[in-house]
Ligand binder design. Structure first.
Ligand SMILES: *[C@@H]1O[C@H](CO)[C@@H](O)[C@H](O)[C@H]1NC(C)=O
Ligand SMILES: *[C@@H]1O[C@H](CO)[C@@H](O)[C@H](O)[C@H]1NC(C)=O
Ligand SMILES: CC(=O)N[C@H]1CO[C@H](CO)[C@@H](O)[C@@H]1O
Length: 370
Protein backbone atom coordinates (compact mmCIF):
# COMPACT_ATOMS: atom_id res chain seq x y z
CA UNK A 1 0.00 0.00 0.00
CA UNK A 2 2.79 2.30 0.99
CA UNK A 3 4.58 1.39 -2.23
CA UNK A 4 1.45 2.05 -4.25
CA UNK A 5 0.97 5.42 -2.61
CA UNK A 6 4.58 6.25 -3.33
CA UNK A 7 4.22 5.20 -6.94
CA UNK A 8 1.05 7.18 -7.24
CA UNK A 9 2.82 10.24 -5.90
CA UNK A 10 5.59 9.78 -8.43
CA UNK A 11 3.11 9.42 -11.29
CA UNK A 12 1.23 12.50 -10.14
CA UNK A 13 4.49 14.37 -9.93
CA UNK A 14 5.48 13.34 -13.45
CA UNK A 15 2.02 14.15 -14.84
CA UNK A 16 1.98 17.32 -12.81
CA UNK A 17 5.22 18.41 -14.35
CA UNK A 18 4.03 17.70 -17.86
CA UNK A 19 0.73 19.44 -17.27
CA UNK A 20 2.02 22.31 -15.17
CA UNK A 21 5.45 22.58 -16.79
CA UNK A 22 5.14 25.74 -18.83
CA UNK A 23 6.40 25.31 -22.29
CA UNK A 24 7.85 28.77 -22.02
CA UNK A 25 6.28 30.85 -24.71
CA UNK A 26 8.33 33.72 -26.07
CA UNK A 27 6.60 36.94 -25.06
CA UNK A 28 7.47 40.63 -24.91
CA UNK A 29 7.90 43.07 -22.05
CA UNK A 30 7.53 46.64 -23.24
CA UNK A 31 8.75 49.76 -21.43
CA UNK A 32 7.97 53.14 -22.90
CA UNK A 33 5.94 56.33 -23.19
CA UNK A 34 2.82 57.35 -25.09
CA UNK A 35 4.26 56.01 -28.33
CA UNK A 36 3.90 52.48 -26.86
CA UNK A 37 1.19 52.88 -24.18
CA UNK A 38 -1.70 50.45 -24.76
CA UNK A 39 -3.87 51.58 -21.87
CA UNK A 40 -1.85 52.06 -18.67
CA UNK A 41 -2.67 55.75 -18.32
CA UNK A 42 -6.38 54.94 -18.66
CA UNK A 43 -6.05 53.49 -15.16
CA UNK A 44 -4.11 56.40 -13.66
CA UNK A 45 -7.07 58.41 -12.39
CA UNK A 46 -5.22 61.70 -11.99
CA UNK A 47 -3.13 61.56 -15.14
CA UNK A 48 -3.55 64.45 -17.54
CA UNK A 49 -1.99 62.43 -20.37
CA UNK A 50 -4.74 60.18 -21.63
CA UNK A 51 -6.03 58.90 -24.91
CA UNK A 52 -9.43 58.08 -23.53
CA UNK A 53 -11.68 60.10 -25.82
CA UNK A 54 -12.68 59.64 -29.45
CA UNK A 55 -11.08 59.77 -31.97
CA UNK A 56 -8.17 57.87 -30.48
CA UNK A 57 -8.37 54.27 -31.62
CA UNK A 58 -10.75 54.97 -34.50
CA UNK A 59 -8.90 52.55 -36.79
CA UNK A 60 -8.30 49.83 -34.21
CA UNK A 61 -10.63 47.00 -33.20
CA UNK A 62 -14.11 48.36 -32.54
CA UNK A 63 -12.95 51.91 -33.18
CA UNK A 64 -13.34 53.07 -29.59
CA UNK A 65 -10.49 54.59 -27.57
CA UNK A 66 -8.25 51.83 -26.23
CA UNK A 67 -5.48 53.83 -24.58
CA UNK A 68 -3.25 54.03 -27.66
CA UNK A 69 -2.27 57.59 -28.58
CA UNK A 70 -2.91 57.09 -32.27
CA UNK A 71 -5.69 56.13 -34.64
CA UNK A 72 -4.44 52.55 -35.04
CA UNK A 73 -1.41 50.51 -34.02
CA UNK A 74 1.77 51.56 -32.26
CA UNK A 75 5.21 50.82 -33.70
CA UNK A 76 5.71 48.11 -31.05
CA UNK A 77 2.35 46.53 -32.02
CA UNK A 78 3.42 46.33 -35.65
CA UNK A 79 6.93 45.02 -34.97
CA UNK A 80 5.55 42.38 -32.59
CA UNK A 81 2.91 41.32 -35.10
CA UNK A 82 5.50 40.96 -37.82
CA UNK A 83 7.71 38.87 -35.54
CA UNK A 84 4.76 36.61 -34.72
CA UNK A 85 4.66 37.65 -31.04
CA UNK A 86 1.49 38.16 -29.01
CA UNK A 87 0.52 41.73 -28.12
CA UNK A 88 1.21 42.26 -24.40
CA UNK A 89 -1.66 43.72 -22.35
CA UNK A 90 -1.26 46.89 -20.28
CA UNK A 91 0.14 46.22 -16.80
CA UNK A 92 -2.67 48.22 -15.18
CA UNK A 93 -5.38 46.27 -17.01
CA UNK A 94 -7.42 44.97 -14.05
CA UNK A 95 -7.96 41.61 -15.77
CA UNK A 96 -4.20 40.85 -15.95
CA UNK A 97 -3.40 37.42 -14.47
CA UNK A 98 -0.27 35.25 -14.19
CA UNK A 99 -1.57 33.10 -17.04
CA UNK A 100 -1.96 36.15 -19.26
CA UNK A 101 1.57 37.22 -18.38
CA UNK A 102 2.92 33.79 -19.34
CA UNK A 103 0.94 33.82 -22.59
CA UNK A 104 1.35 37.43 -23.69
CA UNK A 105 3.96 39.32 -21.65
CA UNK A 106 3.23 42.77 -20.25
CA UNK A 107 3.34 46.35 -21.47
CA UNK A 108 4.34 48.96 -18.85
CA UNK A 109 4.50 51.96 -21.22
CA UNK A 110 2.90 55.12 -19.93
CA UNK A 111 2.06 58.38 -21.72
CA UNK A 112 4.17 61.25 -20.40
CA UNK A 113 6.80 58.92 -18.95
CA UNK A 114 10.50 59.35 -19.47
CA UNK A 115 13.91 57.95 -18.60
CA UNK A 116 14.10 60.48 -15.78
CA UNK A 117 11.76 60.41 -12.80
CA UNK A 118 11.06 64.13 -13.05
CA UNK A 119 10.08 64.07 -16.73
CA UNK A 120 6.41 64.73 -17.51
CA UNK A 121 5.68 66.10 -14.02
CA UNK A 122 3.07 68.42 -15.51
CA UNK A 123 0.94 65.38 -16.34
CA UNK A 124 0.65 64.72 -12.55
CA UNK A 125 0.55 60.92 -12.98
CA UNK A 126 2.61 58.75 -15.33
CA UNK A 127 4.92 55.79 -14.90
CA UNK A 128 8.55 56.81 -15.26
CA UNK A 129 11.08 54.18 -16.36
CA UNK A 130 12.26 53.33 -12.83
CA UNK A 131 8.64 52.83 -11.78
CA UNK A 132 8.01 50.62 -14.83
CA UNK A 133 11.03 48.53 -13.83
CA UNK A 134 9.70 48.21 -10.27
CA UNK A 135 6.40 46.97 -11.65
CA UNK A 136 8.26 44.49 -13.85
CA UNK A 137 10.10 43.26 -10.76
CA UNK A 138 6.67 42.65 -9.18
CA UNK A 139 5.58 40.75 -12.29
CA UNK A 140 8.71 38.65 -12.04
CA UNK A 141 7.97 37.79 -8.40
CA UNK A 142 4.43 36.71 -9.37
CA UNK A 143 5.74 34.44 -12.12
CA UNK A 144 8.40 32.94 -9.83
CA UNK A 145 5.68 32.17 -7.28
CA UNK A 146 3.55 30.57 -9.99
CA UNK A 147 6.04 28.44 -11.95
CA UNK A 148 9.14 28.29 -9.74
CA UNK A 149 12.49 29.98 -10.11
CA UNK A 150 14.02 27.71 -12.76
CA UNK A 151 11.10 28.00 -15.16
CA UNK A 152 10.75 31.71 -14.44
CA UNK A 153 14.44 32.36 -15.13
CA UNK A 154 14.11 30.59 -18.46
CA UNK A 155 10.90 32.45 -19.29
CA UNK A 156 12.40 35.87 -18.57
CA UNK A 157 15.67 35.13 -20.37
CA UNK A 158 13.87 33.95 -23.50
CA UNK A 159 11.49 36.91 -23.58
CA UNK A 160 11.99 39.95 -25.77
CA UNK A 161 12.27 43.40 -24.27
CA UNK A 162 11.48 46.75 -25.83
CA UNK A 163 12.64 50.03 -24.26
CA UNK A 164 11.21 53.04 -26.06
CA UNK A 165 11.51 56.31 -24.16
CA UNK A 166 13.31 59.61 -24.42
CA UNK A 167 11.16 62.09 -26.30
CA UNK A 168 9.40 63.28 -23.14
CA UNK A 169 12.78 63.83 -21.50
CA UNK A 170 13.15 66.62 -24.06
CA UNK A 171 9.65 67.76 -25.02
CA UNK A 172 8.22 67.49 -21.50
CA UNK A 173 11.30 68.33 -19.50
CA UNK A 174 14.58 69.78 -20.82
CA UNK A 175 12.96 72.00 -23.47
CA UNK A 176 10.33 73.43 -21.11
CA UNK A 177 11.52 76.19 -18.81
CA UNK A 178 9.04 75.16 -16.08
CA UNK A 179 11.20 72.10 -15.42
CA UNK A 180 14.33 72.71 -13.36
CA UNK A 181 16.36 70.34 -15.56
CA UNK A 182 16.05 72.95 -18.32
CA UNK A 183 18.19 75.43 -16.39
CA UNK A 184 20.28 72.95 -14.40
CA UNK A 185 21.88 71.28 -17.41
CA UNK A 186 23.23 72.14 -20.84
CA UNK A 187 22.87 69.94 -23.93
CA UNK A 188 25.99 67.98 -23.13
CA UNK A 189 25.56 67.51 -19.39
CA UNK A 190 21.90 66.61 -19.87
CA UNK A 191 22.83 63.92 -22.39
CA UNK A 192 25.37 62.52 -19.93
CA UNK A 193 22.72 62.49 -17.18
CA UNK A 194 20.27 60.69 -19.49
CA UNK A 195 22.83 58.10 -20.59
CA UNK A 196 23.97 57.35 -17.02
CA UNK A 197 20.36 56.84 -16.01
CA UNK A 198 19.54 54.69 -19.03
CA UNK A 199 22.67 52.61 -18.47
CA UNK A 200 21.58 51.93 -14.90
CA UNK A 201 18.07 50.98 -16.08
CA UNK A 202 19.25 48.64 -18.83
CA UNK A 203 21.66 47.00 -16.38
CA UNK A 204 18.89 46.46 -13.82
CA UNK A 205 16.77 44.86 -16.55
CA UNK A 206 19.64 42.50 -17.35
CA UNK A 207 19.80 41.56 -13.68
CA UNK A 208 16.09 40.73 -13.86
CA UNK A 209 16.63 38.44 -16.83
CA UNK A 210 16.54 40.59 -19.96
CA UNK A 211 18.85 39.22 -22.63
CA UNK A 212 17.17 40.00 -25.95
CA UNK A 213 16.45 43.71 -25.71
CA UNK A 214 15.83 46.43 -28.22
CA UNK A 215 16.05 50.16 -27.55
CA UNK A 216 14.16 52.44 -29.93
CA UNK A 217 15.75 55.73 -30.90
CA UNK A 218 13.96 59.02 -31.38
CA UNK A 219 12.46 60.42 -34.53
CA UNK A 220 12.87 64.00 -35.75
CA UNK A 221 10.86 65.31 -32.81
CA UNK A 222 11.52 68.93 -33.82
CA UNK A 223 9.08 68.26 -36.68
CA UNK A 224 6.08 67.11 -34.63
CA UNK A 225 3.24 69.58 -35.25
CA UNK A 226 3.49 70.82 -31.65
CA UNK A 227 7.12 71.90 -32.21
CA UNK A 228 6.40 73.47 -35.59
CA UNK A 229 3.78 75.84 -34.17
CA UNK A 230 6.49 77.32 -31.96
CA UNK A 231 7.82 79.23 -34.94
CA UNK A 232 5.84 81.61 -37.12
CA UNK A 233 7.12 79.92 -40.28
CA UNK A 234 5.96 76.50 -39.08
CA UNK A 235 9.36 75.03 -39.84
CA UNK A 236 10.87 72.12 -37.89
CA UNK A 237 12.83 73.11 -34.77
CA UNK A 238 16.35 72.22 -35.76
CA UNK A 239 17.66 72.50 -32.20
CA UNK A 240 15.16 69.83 -31.11
CA UNK A 241 16.07 67.60 -34.04
CA UNK A 242 19.74 67.93 -33.17
CA UNK A 243 18.99 66.77 -29.63
CA UNK A 244 17.23 63.70 -31.05
CA UNK A 245 20.21 62.97 -33.28
CA UNK A 246 22.70 63.22 -30.44
CA UNK A 247 20.44 61.13 -28.19
CA UNK A 248 20.34 58.45 -30.89
CA UNK A 249 24.09 58.46 -31.32
CA UNK A 250 24.76 58.26 -27.58
CA UNK A 251 22.12 55.57 -27.04
CA UNK A 252 23.42 53.50 -29.92
CA UNK A 253 26.91 53.58 -28.37
CA UNK A 254 25.60 52.77 -24.92
CA UNK A 255 23.55 49.84 -26.17
CA UNK A 256 26.43 48.30 -28.08
CA UNK A 257 28.75 48.72 -25.07
CA UNK A 258 26.23 47.05 -22.77
CA UNK A 259 25.69 44.26 -25.26
CA UNK A 260 29.40 43.47 -25.09
CA UNK A 261 29.75 43.94 -21.34
CA UNK A 262 26.68 42.21 -19.91
CA UNK A 263 26.83 38.39 -20.01
CA UNK A 264 24.75 36.80 -22.80
CA UNK A 265 23.15 40.12 -23.62
CA UNK A 266 21.96 40.81 -27.12
CA UNK A 267 21.00 44.45 -26.86
CA UNK A 268 20.16 46.26 -30.07
CA UNK A 269 19.41 49.83 -31.02
CA UNK A 270 16.97 50.73 -33.77
CA UNK A 271 15.82 54.07 -35.06
CA UNK A 272 13.98 55.36 -38.06
CA UNK A 273 15.14 58.98 -37.85
CA UNK A 274 16.39 59.24 -41.42
CA UNK A 275 13.39 57.71 -43.11
CA UNK A 276 10.92 59.73 -41.04
CA UNK A 277 12.88 62.87 -41.82
CA UNK A 278 12.66 61.99 -45.50
CA UNK A 279 8.91 61.31 -45.25
CA UNK A 280 8.47 64.71 -43.63
CA UNK A 281 10.43 66.41 -46.41
CA UNK A 282 8.98 64.37 -49.28
CA UNK A 283 5.63 63.01 -48.11
CA UNK A 284 4.38 62.26 -51.64
CA UNK A 285 7.30 59.93 -52.30
CA UNK A 286 5.88 57.64 -49.57
CA UNK A 287 2.19 58.03 -50.38
CA UNK A 288 1.45 60.68 -47.75
CA UNK A 289 -0.23 64.00 -48.53
CA UNK A 290 0.46 65.85 -45.25
CA UNK A 291 3.47 65.75 -42.98
CA UNK A 292 3.22 68.96 -40.99
CA UNK A 293 -0.16 69.08 -39.27
CA UNK A 294 -2.25 66.69 -37.22
CA UNK A 295 -5.02 64.65 -38.84
CA UNK A 296 -7.14 65.22 -35.73
CA UNK A 297 -7.34 68.95 -35.11
CA UNK A 298 -9.58 71.47 -33.43
CA UNK A 299 -10.51 73.99 -36.06
CA UNK A 300 -7.77 76.56 -36.42
CA UNK A 301 -6.79 76.33 -32.78
CA UNK A 302 -3.23 75.13 -32.67
CA UNK A 303 -1.84 73.44 -30.81
CA UNK A 304 -4.89 71.53 -29.58
CA UNK A 305 -3.06 69.32 -27.13
CA UNK A 306 -5.14 66.21 -27.58
CA UNK A 307 -7.65 64.90 -30.02
CA UNK A 308 -11.18 65.29 -28.58
CA UNK A 309 -14.69 64.39 -29.75
CA UNK A 310 -15.23 67.96 -30.98
CA UNK A 311 -12.13 67.78 -33.20
CA UNK A 312 -12.38 67.32 -36.91
CA UNK A 313 -10.52 64.56 -38.71
CA UNK A 314 -8.65 64.74 -41.98
CA UNK A 315 -10.35 63.03 -44.93
CA UNK A 316 -7.84 60.23 -45.42
CA UNK A 317 -6.10 59.19 -42.20
CA UNK A 318 -3.69 56.96 -44.07
CA UNK A 319 -2.23 59.99 -45.84
CA UNK A 320 -1.28 61.99 -42.73
CA UNK A 321 2.07 61.40 -41.05
CA UNK A 322 0.78 62.81 -37.75
CA UNK A 323 -2.37 61.80 -35.96
CA UNK A 324 -2.28 64.51 -33.29
CA UNK A 325 0.16 67.22 -32.22
CA UNK A 326 2.64 64.67 -30.85
CA UNK A 327 1.98 61.24 -32.28
CA UNK A 328 2.37 59.59 -35.68
CA UNK A 329 -0.56 57.96 -37.45
CA UNK A 330 -0.97 54.23 -37.94
CA UNK A 331 0.44 54.46 -41.48
CA UNK A 332 3.49 56.39 -40.30
CA UNK A 333 3.99 53.84 -37.52
CA UNK A 334 3.93 51.06 -40.10
CA UNK A 335 6.63 52.77 -42.10
CA UNK A 336 8.72 53.28 -38.93
CA UNK A 337 8.29 49.64 -37.90
CA UNK A 338 9.29 48.38 -41.35
CA UNK A 339 12.39 50.55 -41.32
CA UNK A 340 13.47 49.30 -37.88
CA UNK A 341 12.97 45.68 -38.90
CA UNK A 342 14.99 46.29 -42.05
CA UNK A 343 17.82 48.05 -40.19
CA UNK A 344 18.05 45.27 -37.63
CA UNK A 345 18.10 42.65 -40.35
CA UNK A 346 15.23 40.76 -38.76
CA UNK A 347 13.23 38.24 -40.67
CA UNK A 348 9.52 38.47 -40.17
CA UNK A 349 7.20 35.50 -39.83
CA UNK A 350 5.88 33.93 -43.02
CA UNK A 351 2.87 35.97 -43.93
CA UNK A 352 0.56 34.18 -46.30
CA UNK A 353 -2.01 36.91 -46.19
CA UNK A 354 -3.72 35.65 -43.06
CA UNK A 355 -2.03 37.97 -40.66
CA UNK A 356 -2.11 41.11 -42.77
CA UNK A 357 -0.48 44.26 -41.52
CA UNK A 358 -3.64 46.33 -41.75
CA UNK A 359 -5.35 47.25 -38.49
CA UNK A 360 -8.35 45.27 -37.40
CA UNK A 361 -11.35 46.57 -39.30
CA UNK A 362 -13.87 48.56 -37.33
CA UNK A 363 -16.62 46.17 -36.28
CA UNK A 364 -18.81 49.03 -35.19
CA UNK A 365 -18.28 52.23 -37.09
CA UNK A 366 -18.38 54.96 -34.47
CA UNK A 367 -20.80 57.70 -35.38
CA UNK A 368 -19.31 61.15 -35.48
CA UNK A 369 -20.47 63.17 -32.50
CA UNK A 370 -19.33 66.57 -33.50
C1 LIG B 1 13.05 57.37 -9.07
O1 LIG B 1 11.82 56.69 -8.86
C2 LIG B 1 11.96 55.42 -8.25
C3 LIG B 1 10.60 54.77 -8.13
O2 LIG B 1 9.65 55.22 -8.94
C4 LIG B 1 12.60 55.56 -6.89
O3 LIG B 1 12.75 54.29 -6.31
C5 LIG B 1 13.94 56.24 -7.04
O4 LIG B 1 14.51 56.46 -5.77
C6 LIG B 1 13.81 57.56 -7.77
N1 LIG B 1 15.13 58.09 -8.06
C7 LIG B 1 15.46 59.33 -7.83
C8 LIG B 1 16.86 59.72 -8.18
O5 LIG B 1 14.66 60.14 -7.39
C1 LIG C 1 25.01 32.60 -20.28
O1 LIG C 1 24.66 31.49 -21.08
C2 LIG C 1 25.22 30.25 -20.65
C3 LIG C 1 24.85 29.20 -21.67
O2 LIG C 1 23.48 29.20 -21.97
C4 LIG C 1 24.70 29.92 -19.28
O3 LIG C 1 25.26 28.71 -18.81
C5 LIG C 1 25.05 31.05 -18.32
O4 LIG C 1 24.48 30.81 -17.05
C6 LIG C 1 24.53 32.37 -18.85
N1 LIG C 1 24.95 33.45 -17.99
C7 LIG C 1 24.13 34.43 -17.65
C8 LIG C 1 24.66 35.45 -16.67
O5 LIG C 1 23.00 34.53 -18.08
C1 LIG D 1 3.17 34.19 -50.65
C2 LIG D 1 3.91 33.63 -49.48
O1 LIG D 1 4.37 34.37 -48.63
N1 LIG D 1 4.02 32.31 -49.42
C3 LIG D 1 4.66 31.62 -48.33
C4 LIG D 1 3.65 30.89 -47.47
O2 LIG D 1 4.30 30.13 -46.45
C5 LIG D 1 5.22 29.18 -46.93
C6 LIG D 1 5.80 28.41 -45.74
O3 LIG D 1 5.41 28.92 -44.52
C7 LIG D 1 6.33 29.87 -47.72
O4 LIG D 1 7.22 28.92 -48.22
C8 LIG D 1 5.70 30.65 -48.85
O5 LIG D 1 6.70 31.38 -49.53
Amino acid sequence: MKFMAGLFAIIVTILGVSIEGYNCKVVQFIFGDSLSDVGNNEHLSRSLAKASLPWYGIDFGNGLPNGRYTNGRTVADIIGDKMGLPRPPAFLDPSLTEDMILENGVNYASGGGGILNETGGLFIQRLCMYRQIELFQGTRDLVVAKVGKTEADKFFQEAKYVVALGSNDFINNYLMPVYSDSWTYNDQSYMTYLMETLQDQLTILHGLGARDLMVFGLGPMGCIPLQRVLSTSGACQQKTNNLALSFNKATSNLVSQLSTKLPNASYKFGDAYDVVNDVITNPQKYGFSNSDSPCCSFGRIRPALTCVPASTLCKDRSKYVFWDEYHPSDSANELIANEMIKNLGWTTVANNGTNGPSPAPAAIAPSPQG
